[in-house]
Design a protein around this ligand. Structure first.
Ligand SMILES: NC(=O)c1ccc[n+]([C@@H]2O[C@H](COP(=O)([O-])OP(=O)(O)OC[C@H]3O[C@@H](n4cnc5c(N)ncnc54)[C@H](O)[C@@H]3O)[C@@H](O)[C@H]2O)c1
Ligand SMILES: O=C(O)[C@H](O)COP(=O)(O)O
Length: 400
């Protein structure tokens, strides 16, 4: 039977084409989907049917998905790290330029001159007024980058090529991300140190319980009054009340963000875009392809790449039958599963087991089609969250 993919946002066709139509049905409504594919659609725990085996986010941020409840239910959530990083980096480059030059004000001013039909008079007026739109160059200025992952590291590299000094802050930096970082990036030990020495600050971290409202009044207090804050990460990371107060009190010059809100729209010291950081053909294709490939690999082989709540794990197929078992990360559960297989004389051909935080995930390749009653016995073991048989055949009927 074809697998059903519930698609909750528009997803690039290049990605959908990775799911062959004779094996996958894709629709925006399904009562019992096998998986969910989405972008920023806000997913509630109660909207996730019991049939759902996995959720793939074609994009970076997963704050629209109830990840904790998915983990408890044994549902891996995938995202596509890096697939839209270049698109965001380019928008940050635009943001830096908009924050440093009178581009928007100048362009708005020129639009007011539409009725001036005489070219000589128009030029004279422009030349007389252009001093109002003077800016500063980015070269030599300091950019503070908060969060040095896929996007932050590309932004840091781009800023260096513009001749900026770059200071970074990322207490959770992974070893891989550290390798990607240009060596010219200097480390700030605290956010406050980064805020106090930067002319521009750009945010590239996820919204987590610990990062909600992280950019607060204390940080606005140490900012240089000519500084600009760029937020292409998430609205919730900035304490909006403190931001508005800081703008009113001229503690920062400009706020440039991808997340409009009523109190910010229409301010001359705020530039807003409608969450278009990842909205390029290229990023949408990259994200969709990566999300679809990861989903397919999980549904067909149980392998896990780029999950935000499950361990990464890949096991080549060596037999026709594979068990994918999720359990709580406590001792002896795997032993009990293997004991059940041994009792039925089922030989384990290959196996891989990995854990992440509170859960463990196992791929167990076996040489015999297991009876449904055995799978049910496994599901009944204390600590086992779910058991899935992946293979060509269905579970064998119980003898007797
Ligand atoms: N505007 C858009 O359309 C758009 C597009 C893509 C991503 N985003 C947002 O940008 C975020 C970052 O994306 P990414 O692809 O770079 O993710 P990433 O996971 O590659 O990098 C995030 C980095 O933030 C760091 N971090 C975590 N907590 C931190 C903290 N308290 N202080 C400083 N750094 C911290 C992590 O260690 C990591 O290095 C996403 O989570 C998403 O919310 C927005
Ligand atoms: O986290 C992300 O990847 C971005 O916010 C992009 O969101 P979108 O896919 O809804 O444009």
């Amino acid at each position: 039977m074809a697998k059903r993919i519930l698609k909750l946002n528009q997803i690039s066709l290049l990605g959908l084409d990775r799911l062959p139509r004779d094996e996958y049905e894709i629709a925006s409504e399904f009562a019992q989907p096998d998986a969910i594919l989405l972008r920023s659609h806000k997913l509630q725990a109660e909207d996730i049917a019991d049939s759902v085996l996995a959720i793939a986010r074609a994009g970076a941020g997963v704050n629209n998905i109830p990840v904790d409840s998915c983990t408890a239910r044994g549902i891996p959530v995938f995202n596509t790290p890096g697939a839209n990083a270049n698109a965001v980096k380019e928008l940050v480059a635009v943001g830096l330029l908009l924050g440093s030059r009178g581009i928007i004000e100048g362009s708005e001013y020129v639009a007011t001159l539409k009725t001036l039909r005489d070219k000589a008079e128009l030029n004279q007026t422009l030349e007389a007024q252009k001093k109002r739109f003077k800016g500063n160059e980015l070269t030599g200025k300091t950019l503070g980058v908060v969060g040095l992952g896929a996007i932050g590291s590309m932004v840091a590299e781009m800023a260096l090529t513009l001749g900026m000094e770059v200071v970074g802050y990322d207490p959770a930096l992974s070893v891989d991300a550290a390798w990607r970082l240009p060596r010219e990036v200097r480390k700030a030990d605290t956010l406050s140190a980064l805020f106090s020495r930067s002319d521009y600050i750009t945010l590239h971290l996820p919204v987590l319980e610990s990062t909600i409202g992280m950019i607060n009044a204390d940080l606005f207090a140490v900012m240089q009054p000519h500084a600009c804050l760029l937020n292409f990460a998430r609205q919730e990371i900035v304490d909006e009340e403190a931001l508005v107060a800081a703008l009113d009190e001229r503690k920062l010059r400009k706020y440039i963000a991808d997340f409009p809100s009523p109190d910010l729209i229409g301010r001359s010291d705020v530039i807003l875009t409608p969450h278009i950081g990842a909205s390029t053909d290229e990023a949408e294709d990259n994200c969709a392809i990566m999300a679809a490939d990861q989903l397919r690999d999980f549904l067909e082989s149980g392998n896990i790449r780029n999950s935000v709540n499950f361990p990464a794990l890949h096991l080549e197929r060596v037999s026709g039958y594979r068990l994918a078992v999720t359990n709580t990360n406590v001792p002896r559960i795997l032993g009990s599963i293997l004991a059940l297989l041994a009792e039925q004389n089922i030989n384990v051909v290959d196996m891989l087991n990995k854990s992440r935080d509170e859960i463990a995930y196992n791929l167990i390749d076996i040489d015999t089609l297991p009876p449904e009653s055995l799978l049910e016995q496994m599901r009944q073991l204390e600590g086992v969250v779910n058991v899935r048989l992946i293979g060509n055949g269905k579970p064998a009927k119980d003898a007797g």
